[in-house]
Design a protein around this ligand. Structure first.
Ligand SMILES: Cc1ncc(COP(=O)(O)O)c(C=O)c1O
Length: 452
């Protein structure tokens, strides 16, 4: 089992989750740590789920939870939405197949609809995940500029591959000064050559960012950014508008990684919230309605780098073209789901935004009355519970907040039927109604007043 560092007064976790413990133990025979992704693990063992519906998850012990993890934000339409189910069946009936392996109409239709919400995406390409999306965006930037280096911000995640898996939660000793952070690999096994091509920037520090970009301007192809770090620490308006100006000045491609923020900070994502046109955008998570997808889009002159008309061979590759391929790119069933996701959000998206605001405000009131400083930090339908007097602006500041109390509260909330992975952010869905908000507030009331 994972190293045991559960807060000491939450032992009832064990009693409520005996079957989960047994399942994870069994799964460890066949999967390292009993999980298929390291992020799904937490001490003493992750809770194993059996079913989901609407805003709820049920675990293998029969405990019910209001789900605020929502598959790391992917499920803005909740679990098992009837329109999603219908869209899958209809696609298979209408198309007679669930994979063409050729161009098809939905690719164009969805692309046009995405573009109506993300006008910066003059052209698009589909991928199978956010990770593949950022990988393509970075290659597009390198191909277009003829340069290899990329800059990313400390604390930002863009997928688990060697080019970008640096400085997400770096340890203090190796991370360098706040205004000039150093790259710290987040995994064993990363080819050290990648470290030479990554530049780390300080989030929400325009002066520090400008100095670094200026020093590397001739080598950098792109700056990639989560416009809201981790989905919930917003860039200040002056920072992000300043970054847009600096990247323009130095001819560096600005990539907005909106895998978390896309559709969640309002339907038009962070770029609509800030009124900024990035050069390239990556979408994922929400638009797939629970199925794997990524969408890369942006300036036509950049996207055209991967046009097969430039290719000299039958693979669509060669030295004059950016190679981009994938058996499942533009999967018709998933694109049909994506169209249903947009239908649902066009109808119910505004209500989720309102309900999130209500929950944030009521939670802040509750903490204030209990005398615990807390910001429900975030925009749109994502936020995190940050235990601090001040509004944090980046990962280093987040690390100075009361993380041990937050952890304790999270474990106690699991016992009250409120699910997010301990220390994770909260996401809401169209299925989170008044009843779920009330139950959540009651659970918090119990924890803050009776269990702490
Ligand atoms: C901002 C961001 N970019 C990229 C990714 C990678 O996406 P995926 O997990 O779909 O590969 C994630 C996933 O959490 C993400 O949050």
């Amino acid at each position: 089992m994972a190293a045991f560092n559960v807060p000491s007064n939450v032992y009832s976790f064990f009693h409520r989750t005996e079957m989960s413990r047994a399942w994870v133990k069994k799964a460890m025979d066949i999967m390292p740590g009993g999980v298929t992704a390291n992020i799904k693990s937490f001490p003493p063992y992750p809770i194993v789920m059996k079913s989901g519906h609407g805003a709820y998850l049920e675990d293998v012990d029969g405990n019910e939870y209001i789900d605020y993890l929502l598959a790391y934000g992917a499920l803005l339409v909740g679990h098992n939405h009837p329109k999603i189910k219908e869209s899958i069946v209809r696609q298979m009936e209408e198309d007679g197949t669930n994979l063409f392996g050729t161009p098809h109409e939905r690719e164009y239709r969805l692309g046009k609809r995405i573009q109506s919400y993300y006008p910066s995406m003059e052209m698009v390409r589909y991928t199978n995940s956010g990770t593949e999306g950022t990988l393509l965006a970075i290659r597009l930037a390198s191909s277009y500029t003829g340069k290899q280096k990329i800059a990313k911000f400390e604390g930002h995640y863009h997928g688990g591959y060697d080019q970008v898996l640096f400085s997400i939660h770096p340890d203090d000793q190796n991370a360098g000064p706040a205004h000039a952070p150093k790259p710290v690999a987040e995994s064993k096994g990363i080819d050290p050559n990648y470290e030479k091509n990554i530049v780390i920037l300080p989030f929400n520090d325009l002066k520090g960012t400008e100095a670094i970009l200026k020093a590397h301007k001739d080598e950098l192809s792109a700056v990639i950014i989560e416009p809201m770090q981790g989905g919930f620490i917003p860039a200040t308006r002056s920072f992000i508008h300043g970054l847009r100006k600096i990247t323009e000045r130095y001819g560096i491609i600005l990539i907005f990684d909106e895998v978390k923020t896309g559709f969640r900070i309002g339907i038009g994502g962070a770029q609509s919230f800030y009124n900024i046109q990035p050069d390239l955008t990556v979408l994922g998570k929400v638009i797939g309605g629970g199925f794997p997808i990524g969408i890369v889009g942006g300036r036509k002159d950049i996207l055209m780098e991967c046009s097969p008309s430039r290719s000299a061979n039958l693979l669509g590759g060669g030295t004059n073209v950016l190679f981009h391929s994938g058996t499942y790119n533009g999967h018709p069933t998933i694109l049909a789901v994506a169209e249903a996701v947009l239908d649902i959000l066009e109808e119910d998206g505004k209500a989720v935004l309102k309900r999130t605001e209500q929950l944030k405000k009521e939670l802040e009131d509750l903490f204030r009355k209990r005398g615990i400083p807390m910001n429900a930090l975030g925009e749109g339908t994502i936020f995190s519970i940050v235990l601090s007097e001040k509004i944090v602006k980046n990962d280093r500041e987040l690390q100075t907040t009361n993380l041990s109390l937050r952890k304790k509260i999270d474990y106690l909330l699991l016992n009250e039927g409120i699910y997010t992975k301990p220390m994770n952010r909260y996401s809401l869905s169209v299925a989170h109604g008044e009843r779920e908000i009330e139950r959540t507030l009651e659970a918090y009331q119990n924890v803050l007043y009776k269990k702490l």
